[in-house]
Write a protein that binds this ligand. Structure first.
Ligand code: GLA
Length: 499
């Protein structure tokens, strides 16, 4: 959920001058208040930084409307640097100086200013709602193979609107994405307006009529998804479903929603992690009660061993990682992180290493082929995150590679696991027809020769045929092995049939 900082949804700037007591604000330690951009529903983003100091070391947390996360950092004289404590970043997300009782500097590349907190700045304390006792939510019969579609977040973030979704739905049809299996068109965060006195959550002005939009998407032979959080606010700080689970689920069903991504975020300001399961179960029950088949996507970044209880709360998929970024290191980090969850993937319930970045411009074509290949081999949901309306032929050839999609959609539903030798990593996925799909990734800086041995595939002496899924050609095993060159950061992918 760090993406909102990266994506700048919570850019914090332009604090009004604070002229009261300077007893606060004489060191970096303390509680600081910052305001940010206007949200699309007319509210203003705000955050409180709680910083503790021990010598030159800083710890604490940041809380916004929709999120809270721990921080760590250093201070030298008046200069400070802060990092997300759980992030793996080399660059601080916040850096600056104590100037005249204020923190002044940069949040990533944006101007930042914070002043000491006043009582009026505090977040309202919401009543605690105990989630119901655990039971098993019946399987909804959906997602027998990993869900496929498109989601607005990776490229559009808070810029998604009705028109974008309509034109994207059009493009899903004209590009061939729909016919290749990508049927869900999912609206992520920032569609929300305000909740009224009857508890009805309205859309904001970007989405004038959600039912009409759902009807439009359905008229294209597609399905539509939406997003909320079990907390009071979404990660992007918009109103969410805390205390209104049944009402929201009913409204989603009335709109014709087919898929819900339910993102933990501000639930962390109310519940500890031992409540993850009952809290997710509550929405699972609410969706089931609507009687509408709605794919249930749990988004809680792999907390609390979600793979062990995801199906019991009615979940069809669950995130296993933090947010993906459009870069090789992030993509690989996410796919490797979900390796231990492999035994828990299967028809109806999938591990989700986050959405695709293919076509968003910051990886090479070889790297995007590896991204697609690894998501296919690991039976991950295939949710494109690029602009389908303008994608290049190269991007199309990756997202629309039907032979690779078939590996992902294989009915056995097995998640490939890797073995690594030096720079070469081999992922093997057993298939329903008794054959296997195998992917060999080259992590080295130069092209390398990869050898796939039938014995490693449990097919010694019984390889019937083999096909290279990126070259789209049949290849021959000789002496029970096949070798080929793999470019740096590229993938060799074969489908091997057994005799
Ligand atoms: C979190 C999720 C992302 C996206 C954003 C929206 O960061 O992990 O996938 O949904 O929230 O605010």
């Amino acid at each position: 959920m760090r993406s909102l900082w990266l994506a700048g949804v919570a850019v914090l700037t332009l604090c009004p001058a604070w002229t009261s007591s300077l007893a606060q604000g004489t060191s970096v330690a303390g509680r600081w208040f910052a305001t940010g951009r206007m949200l699309h529903n007319g509210e203003q983003e705000k955050a409180i930084l709680d910083i503790k100091q021990d010598g030159t070391q800083l710890t604490g947390n940041v809380r916004g409307l929709g999120y809270t996360f721990p921080i760590k950092g250093t201070v030298q004289g008046a200069h400070f640097e802060l990092f997300g404590a759980d992030w793996n970043d080399k660059k601080p997300f916040l850096t600056g100086d104590l100037v005249d009782g204020k923190l002044v500097g940069l949040q990533w590349n944006n101007k930042f200013e914070a002043r000491p907190v006043t009582p009026a700045d505090e977040f309202p304390k919401l009543p605690y709602i105990e989630p119901p006792a655990l039971h098993t939510v019946p399987y909804n019969g959906l997602a027998k193979t990993p869900p496929m579609g498109w989601n607005s977040w990776n490229l559009f973030a808070d810029r998604v609107d009705d028109q974008t979704v309509r034109t994207m739905a059009d493009a899903m049809v004209t590009s061939g994405m729909r016919d290749a299996g990508y049927i869900y068109v999912n609206i992520d965060d920032t569609w929300e307006g305000l909740r009224d006195e009857h508890g009805v959550l309205h859309t904001n002005s970007k989405f004038p009529d959600m039912k009409a939009l759902a009807d439009y998407v359905h008229s294209k032979g597609l399905k539509i998804g939406i997003y909320s959080s079990p907390g009071p606010r979404t990660c992007g700080s918009y109103p969410a479903s805390y205390g209104f689970e049944e009402q929201d689920a009913k409204m989603f069903a009335e709109w014709g929603i087919d898929y819900l991504k339910y993102d933990w975020c501000s639930a962390a300001t109310i519940y500890s992690n031992d409540k993850l399961q009952p809290v997710y179960q509550k929405m699972g029950d609410a969706l089931a009660a609507t009687g509408r088949p709605i794919v249930y996507s749990l988004c809680e970044y792999g907390l609390g061993s979600v793979e062990k209880w995801g199906p019991a709360v009615g979940g069809n998929l669950w995130r296993t990682t933090d947010d993906i970024r459009d870069e090789w290191g992030s993509m690989i980090f996410n796919i490797e992180k979900q390796v231990p969850t492999a035994p828990y993937a299967g028809p109806g319930h999938w591990n989700d290493p986050d959405m695709l970045e293919i076509g968003n411009g910051h990886m090479t074509a070889d790297e995007y082929r590896t991204h697609m290949g690894l998501w296919a081999l690991t039976a991950a949901p295939l949710l494109a995150g690029n602009d389908i309306r303008t994608m290049t032929e190269e991007t199309k050839s990756i997202l629309l590679n039907k032979e690779v999609i078939a590996v992902n959609q294989d009915l056995l539903g097995k998640q490939a696991s890797p073995t690594r030798k030096g720079d070469i990593e081999t992922w093997i996925k057993p298939l329903a027809d008794g054959g296997v799909a195998v992917g060999v990734v080259n992590f080295g800086a130069a092209e390398a020769k990869a050898t796939i041995r039938a014995a490693d595939l449990n097919l010694a002496g019984s390889v019937k045929s083999a096909r290279d899924l990126w070259a789209h050609k049949d290849v021959q095993f000789a002496n029970d092995a096949y070798s080929a060159a793999v470019p740096s950061h590229g993938i060799l992918m074969l489908r091997v049939a057994a005799r």
